[in-house]
Write a protein that binds this ligand. Sequence first.
Ligand code: FO1
Length: 343
Amino acid sequence: MRITALAGGVGGARFLRGLLAALRSSDDPARREAELTVVVNTADDVTLHGLRISPDLDSVMYTLGGGIDETRGWGRSEETSGVADELARYGRTPTWFTLGDKDIATHLVRTQALAEGRTLSRATEELCRRWAPDARLLPMTDDVVETHVDLAPVPEAERAAHDGEAGGRRVHFQEWWVRLHAAVPALAIEPVGAAAARPAPGVLEALGGADVVVLPPSNPVVSIGSILAVPGIRQALVDTPAPVVGVSPVVGGAPVRGMADACLAAIGVPTTAAAVAGLYADLLDGWLIAEGDEAPAPGPRPLAVRRRPLLMSGPAATAALAGAALDLALELAGERAGEVAPA
Ligand code: FO1
């Protein structure tokens, strides 16, 4: 069985770890031996202190490879900040984005590979040789895409609450997310470079050749949305013969994790499970929502909706959720193949 997932950072990574746990502990040999390919968002990437940083690739790689800081969900476990502290003493900015000492080794390997002319795909392969994430990690593209955010003007009286920010300017996504905690309203969010980007090698094949495609509960705007903005990827999802099953990142009108509500507000979409499904209406076949949430209105494509506990409160709950997504996908695949799905 070939499973392809799209993913952003922390939430996507945790979901995928649950998916692998569910697969590898299954009684069904097809699930136990399933191959997982993950197409990862790279529009959060940023160059700081001369280092190329790919936060989502690293979050997925460290989480699946056992090196993640479990509390933060990003960066390395048992991390120190000696280099960041020294950079601050040199007056180097920004100081709002902390690179851990161990994490810096990852960025050095990536930056050097890119400087030597290798692609981000190759650099990722090299990094994954160490972490052995039990999945093939593909950046969405080898081209540079960086999400930029247009900040609303911040009234003078509110600036102190936003680190002195006056707004009315365009910043890198990381500055909005980390320095401003997405608390200054965004007027627009743009994955700059996406329109001219090409899917990385293997991405379209992984979508077209999958038996199952999964959309974890990643941010629908800056994670999944950025991946879908790379020409060819959205169409590959529309066209794939595999069922595409997603997990809502919104429960009861609030994001399960992170600040997806601020991103949805910027594109004028309500923070509801139904509205997020609407963003995928042309490609989605199955949608997991929480008990009590409304199912999406019928769209251009038949959609199977199931209610399941969506909170990834621990390894068992996360594996159960990922297993439920897989069950729904296999049920839909069985229906397509003309089989009767098990009750
Ligand atoms: N998030 C923070 O809130 N503060 C940080 O200083 C920070 C540093 C950082 C370094 C490497 C990395 O891979 C991720 C890092 N993140 C940090 C997380 C990151 O900003 C975002 O959570 C993701 O880009 C959103 O998926």
